[in-house]
Design a protein around this ligand. Structure first.
Ligand code: GLN
Length: 197
């Protein structure tokens, strides 16, 4: 059966995520179709959704304006998987500590924008992720810190004591970019792990 995966594409390029989704699907012997979400009406036909990095204030504004935000919430309420990365995690959280971001309250965590590794904007780190045999090469770009994790949220990975990958029901959030190194294990975990389906 073909997996229809929507990638929220209101801002920026999403081709690396599309490739990672296709690789993850192929590893499970599944066909996949990636749909770029820029308008309402497409999300209801998606089996899985991805909200990528970018600028959370912009993504938040555009998904509200286009009527996509409510569709993402309905998707998760129906128990379908969502992978939210970096700015996507900020938008999916319950509190971004920034009035310009209207959070979707899909992951019960609070975040602080641009607070990770203040000394350097971007870095790559080998992460031990729950259930992975080998460390995951995680690329952090002006990443948010997850500073509070509430009941029901499972921490899948930490860096420097901070949670950097979390899961709550069908939602997986990462403060790093999992699409930049050709390693599709995070996409696999979010969309194909039995415990998230
Ligand atoms: N700094 C961005 C924000 O706060 C997130 C960065 C990213 O997605 N790489 O929205």
């Amino acid at each position: 059966m073909t997996l229809t995966a929507g990638v929220v594409a209101v801002q920026g390029d999403v081709s690396e995520h599309a490739e990672a989704i296709e690789r993850a699907a192929a590893a499970h012997g599944r066909e996949s179709e990636v749909v770029e979400i820029r308008e309402s009406g497409l999300v209801p036909d998606c089996d899985a959704l991805l909200m990528p990095g970018g600028e959370s204030t912009t993504i938040s504004r555009l998904i509200q304006r286009e009527g996509i935000a409510g569709e993402i919430i309905a998707h998760v309420e129906a128990g379908k998987p969502l992978l939210a990365t970096c700015a996507g995690l900020i938008v999916a959280s319950t509190d971004a500590q920034d009035d310009r971001v209207e959070t979707l309250n899909l992951l019960d965590v609070t975040v602080e924008r641009n607070a990770f590794g203040r000394q350097k904007d971007s870095f790559e780190a080998p992460l031990d992720v729950e259930g992975f045999d080998e460390p995951f090469p995680a690329v952090f770009i002006r990443a948010p810190v997850i500073d509070e994790v509430f009941a029901g949220v499972e921490v899948l990975a930490r860096w420097d004591d901070n949670p950097v990958a979390v899961r709550q029901g069908p939602v997986v959030g990462t403060s790093f970019h999992p699409e930049l190194t050709g390693d599709s294990r995070i996409h696999d975990l979010a969309f194909f792990d039995a415990s998230t389906r």
